[in-house]
Design a protein around this ligand. Structure first.
Ligand code: 3PG
Length: 403
């Protein structure tokens, strides 16, 4: 496949100063703040191996301001060291401390900067030329020869560290971005039906918007809902009361869109029929009337059966986001059974997002699923047919490099 953006094959990176943006946003235990899975770190190994004779400065985000998983990148640096890379960490992004450490990086070394979202300006979204004015870009870009972006998971975010540098440095895609785009293009290049989306997890504001775009393409035959986004739809449909919205961040701004989607796509959207809640430290599978105001923590057995059947009969399945609070073993059942059904499906199957992908790997299903994507929101955005912000920015950079 010929890309309109440039890759590592198009530049001479040996001995050069490389600013590398990756997505190593990991699952984090909300209590201990320890990273619980490093699959997104492993996914950038190929790029790091290719850059093993360059001076690499690595930039990444973890969580969002205010979220439970909004932590420093020290543990990520340790994980890189455990994987055999010569990595060190600096607790700064573009201040004097960071600049000094950057100037000392030698060939074969990797310096990890602090979580880019500790800088407020990183959260602003805008066209590449606009976000390039942010301090993070202006302070850092003169220190590098090339910008390599391998952050596929964040490729739908038009933020300074993702697209800003592409306007001021010769910029190329890393190996993971290349592989994701190639594989997703192959997997989506089909008219086969039934086409099933399995959508769970949190980030409900983002998800209703992207679901709305995806459903308007008429590609989806079944949208099976679970997790917090499923809870949102159950409330929007009047199946459970508004009291259950307390645990849903972004509920207020998402619920109206959910209602509209239920009105417009009632034959496509399938909601859970039962739930699992926690009662006396145990899992209780129950109907909605028996939830006793306890949060929806997993899809129940009736829902699991129905979803398994739909998935196994599908020609294409895309899954993103867990069906419940999978971090607790008691409530991982729904997600695991759904993943098993996806592995049994004979069609094209893609599992996306850090959580689902990690669980599929833990279950040893990677060889029975067509593609495990590191992208969650990014992968669903890709499915809508709209060019990802990162790809558009890299294509524009490629044109400038050829001028
Ligand atoms: C993800 O986990 O989907 C990516 O790392 C992007 O994170 P975000 O949704 O917080 O931008």
């Amino acid at each position: 496949m010929k890309f309109a953006f440039k890759t590592l094959d198009d530049i001479d990176y040996i001995g050069k100063r490389i600013l590398l943006r990756v997505d190593m946003n990991c699952s984090v235990d909300p209590e201990t703040k320890q990273i619980t899975d490093i699959s997104r770190i492993k996914a950038i190994k190929e790029t790091l191996n290719d850059l093993s004779k360059s001076k690499v400065v690595l930039m990444a985000h973890q969580g969002r301001p205010g979220s439970d998983d909004f932590i420093s990148l020290e543990q990520h640096t340790q994980a890189l060291r455990n994987l055999g890379f010569n990595a060190s960490f600096v607790d700064d992004i573009f201040g004097e401390k960071a600049k000094k450490a950057i100037s000392q990086v030698k060939d074969g070394e990797i310096l990890v900067l602090q979580n880019v979202r500790y800088f407020e300006g990183e959260m602003k979204k805008g066209p590449p030329q606009e976000v390039a004015k942010e301090k993070i870009v202006q302070e850092l870009y003169p220190l590098f020869d090339f910008f390599v972006n391998d952050a596929f998971g964040a490729s739908h975010r038009s933020q300074a560290s993702i697209v800003g540098f592409t306007t001021v440095l010769p910029s190329v895609a890393g190996r993971l971005v290349e592989k994701e785009i190639r594989t997703l293009t192959d997997a989506t290049d089909t008219d086969r039906h039934p086409w099933t989306l399995v959508l769970g997890g949190s980030k409900v504001e983002d998800k209703v918007e992207i679901l709305s775009k995806l459903l308007s393409t008429d590609r989806v035959d079944n949208a099976l809902m679970g997790g917090l986004i499923g809870t949102l739809f159950l409330i929007a449909d009047g199946k459970i009361s508004e009291g259950y919205s307390k645990v849903i961040k972004g509920y207020e701004s998402a619920v109206e869109t959910a209602r509209e989607l239920l009105r417009n796509y009632s034959s496509v959207i399938t909601l859970p029929e039962d739930a699992a809640v926690e009662l006396d430290n145990k899992r209780l599978d129950c109907d909605f009337t028996q939830m006793q105001n306890n949060p929806f923590l997993d899809i129940g057995p009736k829902t699991i059966n129905r979803y398994e059947k739909t998935i196994k009969e599908s020609a294409v399945v895309f899954a993103n986001g867990p069906m419940g609070y999978f971090e607790n073993e008691l409530f991982a059942q729904g997600t695991m059974k759904i993943l098993d059904a996806i592995a049994d499906c004979k069609g094209v199957t893609v599992v996306g997002g850090g959580h689902m992908g990690a669980m599929a790997e833990k279950m040893g299903l990677e060889n029975r699923i067509t593609h495990i994507s590191t992208g969650g929101g990014a992968t669903i955005n890709f499915l809508t047919g709209k060019k990802l912000d990162l790809i558009a920015a890299l294509e524009a950079a490629a044109k400038r490099m050829d001028e």
